[in-house]
Design a binder for this molecule. Structure first.
Ligand code: SF4
Ligand code: SF4
Length: 446
């Protein structure tokens, strides 16, 4: 088991056992914080490694703001005498990281040749630790800073610009360098899908509470740093990676759940429709093959209850909630798309003596649940599904019929009674047929 797997660049971590994996090689990631199973390909071979945490560390994608003009990171021109012009934020507010590159470059230009005139046009400067000193130093060294409003700067590539402030207009000529546009690393989109992390609007992986713990993603135990985190991910990289590695170190010994109340999936109700798997923003649900049901990974759950409200079978609840007292006898399970609609239009007294329940589809009933509801010889179950052509769940009625047939066969082979479970079809306008059916079933005429 590794303590941390780096996707992208690794960082020295003497106290943590680590592995580095190319982000494009990752094919799947199961499990939860403290125990992820990461699959990836190396030379065509599939590997799987276990790790407590994953850190995604990638540089930004940097693009030119103007097709014809070089960006900050390019080497300075060898022509020592030429005026130099730096433009930051021409289109958007540039992040602090870009701010630092530009200031360092302007300072270097002056140091290389003090007789050179260096102009720095900006719409906004972002200061983080270190960049405020760079700014002061650049000022003192003679770099001329000009703040501009949008549309008050006209650039005429390759080496001219016009600057307007108040009623004054200034024309400047020199080699122009512009701030690069930063974009999320190209691998992030696919990585987000494979790791089941919902990216932000701009495509970065940071979670919402960026101020408290900026490197958290929506999936607990997976962190995004640098160009995977945000446009500013590289500005505070040192502190952010330090905090991240300390947190990974800490939960080696103490991993507390995030919420007090557990959410639980009732495996008798779960129809494995994968709705909860898709809606959970924290990748906290996985299929449990042994139980043939979905399962909540407790340490990964943030308690948002999205799964509870979306589960079509009502299979997820807060743990500790009182189980309804179970009663057996004549039980009627009605599909919400047909019989349940008919029941609502039928006089209530027709249901007297029956224990009834709405189900999302007749196929959503499990054999184990049926056996569990047939405790006494007089217990019987009537399952009411849709007609073949109107089932909304892709042949759900046929699957329901099959389940009932198999249950009856098993019960008969064990001498536990014949036809204790019945399957019938109805449509929503058949309330009178439903009333007749129930009457006949109660009287043992079915
Ligand atoms: S409550 Fe449900 S949807 Fe929300 S995090 Fe937990 S498992 Fe996911
Ligand atoms: S949404 Fe409900 S029924 Fe569907 S897989 Fe999840 S727990 Fe099971």
């Amino acid at each position: 088991m590794y303590d941390v797997i780096f996707l992208g660049d690794s960082v020295e971590t003497p106290s943590l056992k680590q592995l580095q994996v190319a982000p494009e090689a990752v094919t799947s990631c199961k499990g939860k914080v403290g125990e992820f199973f990461l699959r990836f390909r190396v030379n065509g071979e599939v590997h799987e490694e276990k790790t407590r945490a994953i850190v995604i560390n990638l540089p930004h994608q940097q693009e030119q703001s103007f097709a014809d003009l070089p960006v900050f990171r390019e080497n300075l021109e060898p022509e020592q005498e030429k005026n130099l012009i730096f433009i930051q934020d021409h289109e958007e507010i540039a992040p602090a990281y870009v701010n630092r590159i530009g200031l360092e470059k302007a300072l270097q230009a002056i140091r290389d040749n003090a007789s050179r005139q260096v102009y720095y046009f900006y719409r906004s400067l972002r200061f983080t630790e270190g960049t405020d000193q760079l700014y002061e130093e650049a000022r003192r060294s003679g770099v001329a800073f000009f703040r501009y409003e949008e549309d008050r700067l006209q650039i005429s590539p390759p080496d001219r610009l016009t600057y307007q402030r108040g009623g004054a207009t200034m024309e400047v000529e020199g080699k122009i360098y512009t701030a690069p546009l930063l974009k999320p690393a190209p691998e992030l989109e696919k990585l987000a899908q494979v790791l089941r992390i919902i990216p932000g609007e701009e495509g970065y992986l940071q979670a919402e509470n960026v101020y408290l713990a900026p490197t958290l993603t929506g999936r607990r135990g997976i962190y995004a740093v640098g160009g995977a985190r945000s446009p500013n991910g590289l500005a505070g990289f040192e502190e952010e990676i330090k905090y991240t590695l300390e947190e990974i170190e800490a939960f080696k010994f103490n991993l507390e759940p995030l919420v007090e109340e557990d959410r639980e999936v009732d495996d008798r109700k779960c129809i494995l429709c994968y709705t909860c798997y898709r809606v959970c923003p924290h990748a906290a649900l996985e299929e449990n093959k042994e139980k043939d049901s979905m399962e909540i990974l407790k340490d990964a759950c943030w308690g948002c209850n999205g799964c509870i409200s979306h589960c079509p079978a009502g299979a997820i609840s807060l743990g500790g909630e009182e189980e309804e007292e179970r009663k057996w006898g004549l039980q009627v399970l009605m599909c919400e798309n047909s019989a349940e609609t008919a029941r609502k239009k039928m006089p209530r007294e027709n249901m007297d003596g029956f224990i009834s329940r709405e189900i999302p589809c007749s196929c959503s009933i499990k054999k184990e649940e049926i056996y569990g509801s047939l405790q006494e010889p007089e217990d019987r179950i009537l399952i009411l599904g849709c007609f073949e052509e109107s089932c909304k769940h892709l042949e759900g009625d046929q699957r329901g019929q099959r389940i009932v047939d198999e249950v009856n066969e098993t019960l008969a082979s064990l001498d536990l009674g014949e036809d204790r479970v019945r399957f019938e079809r109805l449509s929503p306008p058949m309330e009178q047929d439903l009333a007749n059916l129930l009457k006949r079933w109660r009287e043992g005429q079915l």
